[in-house]
Design a protein around this ligand. Sequence first.
Ligand SMILES: *Cc1c(COP(=O)(O)O)cnc(C)c1O
Length: 365
Amino acid sequence: MQFIDLKTQYQKIDALIQQRINAVLEHGKFIMGPEVAELETRLEEYTGAAYCINVASGTDALLIAMMALDIKPGDEVITTPFSFISTAETIVLLGAKPVFVDIQEDTYNLDPTLLEQAITPKTKAIMPVSLYGQCADFDTINQIAESHGIPVIEDAAQSFGATYAGKKSCNLSTIGCTSFFPSKPFGAYGDGGACFTNNEELATRMKHIRVHGQDKRYHHYITGVNGRLDTIQAAILLAKMELFPEEVEARKRIGARYSQLISENTTEVGVPLIAEGNTSVYAQYTIRVKERDKLIEKLKQNDIPTAIHYPIPLHKQPAITSLQSSYSLPIAENCSDHVMSLPMYPYLEETTQDYIVESVCKALS
Ligand SMILES: *Cc1c(COP(=O)(O)O)cnc(C)c1O
């Protein structure tokens, strides 16, 4: 069994993907070819954001967003300790300091009730993560941020396609950043990412930062990076866009079915809570159990792969921790010890799902 099966998806659109790749090979514009702009238009339509800037990865999206907001050494950026390393790594790369705020135990996202007390005169951005495919509580976060005049960046690497109060993830804050890493809900066949905003000035800055801070040929008014999305990856994503809306529906259906089956059959497993007004794309289907290692081992014996997202909270990572005063983030630390993810992808068959749930329940009984 596979944790994420990308092959079934490929078989559904192989002809279209090959046609799209061949078109790129024929026109030969491998860097910033027409597919990049075409994809940006499609993603603007999909998310409702006025501007999409495709970039080389989700990590670059976060970096470019913060560079556009002029995050500098000495600045503070408030974020969650319960995420992939990129979230904190990009803050550190810019010489700024990640300030961690603990998470909500039920949604695993940044707890907005702890936000106000973390804000200082040095706070230059708030960067919540929409973890596992569910958006953080943006209405509350935006309100607090606005009252202090602080921009908000959504790390939407796992939540492209999700909605919050009827609005699409990536279009919920000052800048939204996503990833097209192959295993993400909207994945390419290599690295990729995007920044979204409704602010024209920020959009222009991000477009320039993506190409070495260049506004005119060989004129560089701002420090930038080489952060472009390959034309071939844009072409692949355009083909995959044909399937994406139905894949989002399948993800919602499978996630809800997992939760229902598990809840009906055991009380030993904490299933993900989807907050009212939210829809999740279940980038991960993540459960919480008392004795995680035992369950992982038993599932492995039944050929069921699992993963841990994430075993070490960011404030405990050696690359980050040296910068920190002593943090106590009990909820994130507790979740890191008890969460584990089950196989999840849009083409996960019901019979496979039943087998996984049965194995989980049997292992815990
Ligand atoms: C995957 C991920 C990233 C980084 O995306 P890449 O495309 O791999 O650079 C950033 N933040 C979160 C929460 C992620 O899951």
